[in-house]
Design a binder for this molecule. Sequence first.
Ligand SMILES: NC(=O)c1ccc[n+]([C@@H]2O[C@H](COP(=O)([O-])OP(=O)(O)OC[C@H]3O[C@@H](n4cnc5c(N)ncnc54)[C@H](OP(=O)(O)O)[C@@H]3O)[C@@H](O)[C@H]2O)c1
Length: 324
Amino acid sequence: MTDEMTSSIGALDRAASVYIAGHRGLVGSALYRKLQSEGFTNLLVRQHNELDLTDRAATFDFMLEAKPRVVIDAAARVGGIMANNTYPADFLSENLQIQVNLLDAAVAARVPRLLFLGSSCIYPKLARQPIEEAALLTGPLEPTNDAYAIAKIAGILQIQAVRRQYGLSWISAMPTNLYGPEDNFSNTSSHLLPALIRRYEEAKAGGAPTVTNWGTGTPRRELLHVDDLASACLHLLEHYDRAGHVNVGTGVDHTISEIADMVATAVGYTGETRWDSTKPDGTPRKVLDVSLMLQAGWHAQVPLREGIEETVAWYRANFDAVRR
Ligand SMILES: NC(=O)c1ccc[n+]([C@@H]2O[C@H](COP(=O)([O-])OP(=O)(O)OC[C@H]3O[C@@H](n4cnc5c(N)ncnc54)[C@H](OP(=O)(O)O)[C@@H]3O)[C@@H](O)[C@H]2O)c1
């Protein structure tokens, strides 16, 4: 690890106040579990209905009153391809409002350490694989989620601008596709893995002889367990202090067909999987270059097969409360 990466930071005080924005979501809840298990005793949280981060005045009131030492921004309007493609104006506007309010309020409160979470959709549609951090702003975005991506890119730039203008040690991380407990299993707004889990669970429960998935099954995707992301976030807060964003992933990809097989096995579905090649495949490969994260001393640990089994178990145990 270079000196530049580690300068001015180190282990966080376990008694420091840490505000996790979006603590009930997939990422925020994993962060909450992780920080609790690491002995943090002063975690600040507000539910969406208690503090709407699109409300600028309320966000400032909260931040200036709480004056947290650390902020992690895991609040966002998030969705899969269908939701992003259907509501681009809402995705752009809400995400810009959430992050601008949160970051401006954190500047006003002079929060010394802040982690902004973006997403791998910030990269150009045709970025060279594995995608390096330097690919940002080198080409056109994937049109189905360009509005969301532009909001996230603005967040990265705001972090850099705050570092320059105010000298605060703020950082940003770009996770790959995530999965795990507390995911969103909605038919209209879920991501790849929760969508597959729900589809195979329902096929098994209904005794369906076949499951038909979109596309050919050949595109390759990377998946990171959200507990791994939470551990990466803590690691970054304690060990990384650069203006440039950092990719967080496994660096390993699988075909969608392999992923579907893992889900079918974890669910115990014994029927046939078919592929509807009249439906779009999306980009052929999407995997992050995680060299910088490795250099910073962190790597993913949850094996995909185990992570999927655990997520299926969580889905069943929490069936009535699952977002769907
Ligand atoms: N899921 C992935 O695969 C993935 C991959 C890469 C990056 N990320 C990034 O990780 C971050 C969190 O995503 P996630 O998957 O955890 O999403 P999520 O499960 O939908 O959680 C988002 C959280 O933000 C809250 N929220 C939304 N709008 C808000 C508002 N106006 N005020 C206050 N709270 C609000 C939500 O509360 P309500 O549910 O009550 O609205 C929810 O608790 C996002 O920045 C996303 O880009 C996610």
